[in-house]
Design a protein around this ligand. Structure first.
Ligand code: MN
Length: 537
């Protein structure tokens, strides 16, 4: 059991208010889970306590750590949302709710589902901290996967590999991604795991002695050239990532040069290029292998210089050069940014509410960098008609990632509102995401998929249960519509639809070619007074 003092010890903040929040959450969760056990037979509270410690290590704020402690209390324990709300600040409940909701999306096991679910998770998390708690939750669950019943184990392992590891990667949390992959690898393919482990062991032993010599030589050279403040380490490639590369290289390990890499961490950005100069003067670089991710960061924000050089001591060696800050980002990604920027001196002097808004602005700046990829969601909605007619302006705005202005609170609020309160994301049974306005019904859904499906809509199921046509769809619903040739739209449907697309096609099917005509005709019938046209005739 992770003791409270371990969590407090891992926290970056020393503010008494923050520590008190974590203390209260610890005690509350411990009480709420009293008497419950995990598959391993351990007390349930072991889990949320471990999650909280991971969050503290990521450098997350007290609110997030408290939410980590409480994340399973509403779902699995005897605490109610009201109790959590009464005892803690609103934001804590917001994160707990978010994590609980995310837990309801079940992985259905095909690649397109994975991509859809990944997008959906990002879209519905609405506060990046929800996703980070979810990652910490999954992190501990994969560490204890051996205790889970075999049929469940495989599903969790696949889900981790195909959904959570890519999310960690997208958030720039390299270490979390690597750990998640390697923790589930033996459960996915035990033979490949054993094989890769053995290959890596043999190869590492062979290069390790050589690398140590290279390291020593470089250190000497650095000091000679006046670079005093630096550290070097050897990083070993993750097993899953090595396995993937082995597949690409037809199992020929001699073609893989980055099993062990030498990492050099320096204080300032300029030092990176000085260090690179020293490395290249000492060892001949392999042509075409140098990558400047400092000038051109990876999409997830990763920065480093990568070069591959020929050494006499260790053969071909990959060398990575980065600053401390880049290193933290590479390991903890978005989390490292939040904490380090937030807990900087000037920010500590701000009052708490300003800190908060800074915090959420910061998390949203990351959300925004994730959101342009959501553009595919609406283009995946096959009916081109819909996307052109209803492509929401906010989506167009968001797509223009370069047009991002400052962290204006108004923008953040606007984003939050437009994005998360006006749209719902639902699934087809095949796992495709359909993006609809809020309050949409199965009729809107059917027309969004295909006009013919709407025109012959016979029935609808939401999450496996038959529902009426006026049922409002919620985020994450799996919607299935049934088609029958003899089924046709009824005028009543017009009251149940939200999209202009559905409205238009229902009218067409009912023979109301233009919205205004039928009304005029009806009026004409009610009042037999001759109309203008009649008079003319
Ligand atoms: Mn959990």
């Amino acid at each position: 059991m992770t003791p409270l003092k371990d969590i407090l010890g891992a926290m970056r903040t020393t503010a008494e208010e923050d520590r008190d929040l974590v203390r209260r959450a610890y005690e509350f969760a411990q009480r709420a889970h009293d008497g419950q056990t995990r598959y391993s037979g351990e007390p349930y509270f072991v889990h949320p306590a471990a999650v909280a410690k991971t969050l503290a290590k990521f450098g997350m704020d007290a609110t997030t750590i408290a939410a980590g402690l409480l994340h399973d209390t509403v779902e699995d324990a005897r605490a109610s949302r009201e109790e959590v709300e009464k005892e803690f600040e609103k934001e804590v409940l917001f994160i707990v709710d978010g994590v609980t909701k995310l837990g309801h999306h079940k992985y259905r096991g095909a690649e397109r589902h994975a991509e859809s679910l990944r997008r959906l998770l990002v879209a519905t998390a609405s506060d990046i901290r929800v996703l980070i708690v979810k990652l910490a939750d999954r992190y501990h669950n994969t560490q204890t996967l051996g205790h889970v019943p075999p049929h469940k184990r495989r599903r969790i392992a696949l889900e981790t590999l195909e959904i959570y590891a890519p999310i960690a990667d997208r958030l720039g949390m390299g270490q979390v991604k690597r750990d998640l992959e390697d923790l589930v690898f033996p459960h996915i393919d035990p033979d490949a795991y054993a094989h890769t482990l053995e290959l890596r062991k043999a190869k590492t032993k062979e290069t390790e002695i050589g690398l140590a010599k290279v390291q020593k030589e470089l250190r000497k050279e650095f000091v000679k050239k006046g670079l005093q403040d630096f550290r070097t380490s050897i990083r070993i490639k993750g097993l899953w990532s090595l396995h993937q590369k082995l597949i690409r290289k037809h199992d020929d390990i001699t073609l893989i040069h980055d099993i062990a890499a030498l990492r050099i961490v320096v204080p300032k950005l300029e030092d990176c290029y000085v260090a690179l100069g020293i490395v290249h003067a000492l060892y001949r670089p392999l042509p075409g292998e140098f990558k400047d991710y400092i000038a051109f960061p990876k999409p997830n924000g990763y920065q480093s210089l990568h070069t591959t050089v020929m050494t006499s001591e260790a053969g071909i060696v990959e060398i990575q050069i980065r600053t401390e800050e880049m290193h933290r980002h590479a390991e903890f990604g978005v989390a490292s940014h939040m904490s380090y920027k937030l807990l900087g001196k000037e920010i500590e002097q701000l009052d708490r509410s300003t800190q908060r808004s800074r915090f959420s602005a910061l998390s949203f700046s990351w959300m925004r960098s994730l959101i342009p990829s959501l553009m595919h969601v609406s283009s995946a909605t096959k009916n081109a008609d819909q996307s052109s007619a209803e492509s929401p302006h906010w989506l167009v705005e968001l797509a223009d990632a370069h047009a991002i202005i400052a962290e204006s609170q108004a923008f953040v609020e606007g984003l939050k509102e437009d994005f998360f309160s006006r749209r719902v994301f639902v699934f087809t049974p095949q796992g495709d995401v359909v993006d609809l306005p809020i309050d949409s019904t199965p009729i809107d859904f059917a027309y969004a998929i295909h006009t013919d499906l709407g025109d012959h809509l016979q029935g609808a199921k939401v999450n496996g249960k038959f529902v009426s046509f006026d049922t409002k769809l919620n985020n994450g619903d799996i919607v299935e519509v049934l088609r029958r040739e003899s089924a046709h739209p009824s005028p009543k449907w017009l009251d149940h639809v939200k999209t202009a697309l559905a409205r238009k096609h229902i009218r067409l099917a009912l023979g109301m070619t233009e919205p205004d005509k039928p009304r005029r005709r009806r009026r004409a019938a009610k009042h037999p007074t001759p109309t203008h046209e009649d008079v003319k005739r």
